[in-house]
Write a protein that binds this ligand. Structure first.
Ligand SMILES: [Zn+2]
Length: 308
């Protein structure tokens, strides 16, 4: 078996203002870092409207289309922007998540990494937010549940920011377990341990500022891994953000590249134990270009090792 790398050049056509941290260069650095790796390279399709409508209302899609500029940039919520290519990028990003699920569940590959932007985990049901337009990871989970008929899907979000969008989109989805670790306090401010979903199906892991990988490892071993084993997902979706890295400029956790590799290897092992190793990972944040690309390559390398 192998690992799929799913991406599309359209994801580079989503442009933010100069100096904005969620830049085209992020994905360019990630793709360069993944270039030497042994991956099945897959072109991301556009998601269909029906895919997006699994998680967002039609009015939200219509509003985004209406706001799309024919030139220049449109600011839609303070720190989220649309350029003329942004919806093509967002539909490819969502399409990559859907295709990853299709490939992994069909047994075409062991696992899949969607190298995409814009990221997705802050997009709520009818609100774009924090550089995110469509909830890619939540969509992957919903597609697996509703289209493929799985009974249980888990999402693990290790981006340094709270996965408020994924939490919102899957809050009352009892077939989904959402686990998100985040620095707290930090934007967007949500993600307290007592936010636990309509059916106790959300697990928030707040991590203190300036804590390092040892705190992360302890929390994942104490809380996350047992919860996954208890839930027994049939597919694991990962929201892979790399902004908990010690070099990231937007947050204050001190994870090393090796911490990302450790966490990925542990998640792969649990997936092997619980769901035949089926993982779909989607790129979220990470804003120091070197830390992002190095940690992302470490993440995908562990997925490749697990698929061997
Ligand atoms: Zn983030």
């Amino acid at each position: 078996m192998t690992t799929a790398l799913i991406t599309h050049a359209d994801c580079l056509s989503h442009v933010a203002p100069a100096g904005h941290p969620e830049s085209v260069a992020r994905l360019e650095h990630v793709l360069n870092a993944l270039e030497p790796l042994d991956l099945m390279r897959v072109t991301a399709p556009m998601a269909a409207d029906d895919d997006i409508l699994r998680i967002h209302p039609a009015s939200y899609l219509a509003n985004l289309r209406a706001a799309l500029p024919s030139q220049g940039l449109a600011n839609i919520d303070g720190d989220t922007f649309l350029s003329p290519g942004s919806l093509d990028a967002a539909f490819r990003a969502a399409g990559a998540a859907v295709r990853g699920v299709d490939m992994v569940l069909a047994g075409e590959v062991q696992n899949a990494f969607a190298a995409i932007r814009p990221p997705g985990h802050h997009a709520e049901t009818d609100t774009s937010m924090g550089f995110c337009l469509f909830g890619n990871a939540a969509l992957a989970a919903k597609h697996a549940l509703d289209h493929h008929g799985l009974k249980r899907v888990a999402v693990v979000d290790f981006d340094v920011h709270h996965g408020n969008g994924t939490q919102d989109l899957l809050w009352d989805e009892r077939r989904a377990l959402v686990i998100t670790s985040q620095q707290m306090p930090l934007w967007p401010g949500s993600g307290r341990a007592d936010e636990d979903g309509a059916y106790g199906n959300v697990l928030n892991i707040p991590l203190p500022p300036d804590s390092d990988g040892s705190e992360m490892r302890a929390q994942y071993q104490a809380q996350v891994f047992p919860r996954l084993r208890d839930f027994k997902p049939e597919l694991l979706v990962i929201s892979a953000g790399f902004d908990a890295h010690r070099d990231d400029p937007l947050a204050n956790l001190n994870w090393s590249t090796q911490d990302f590799a450790w966490l990925t290897a542990e998640l792969c092992e649990i997936a092997q134990e619980l769901c035949d190793g089926r993982i779909v990972s989607t790129l979220e944040g990470g804003y120091d270009l070197n830390a992002l690309s190095t940690a992302c390559a470490a993440h995908v390398t562990e997925m490749i090792k697990a698929s061997a």
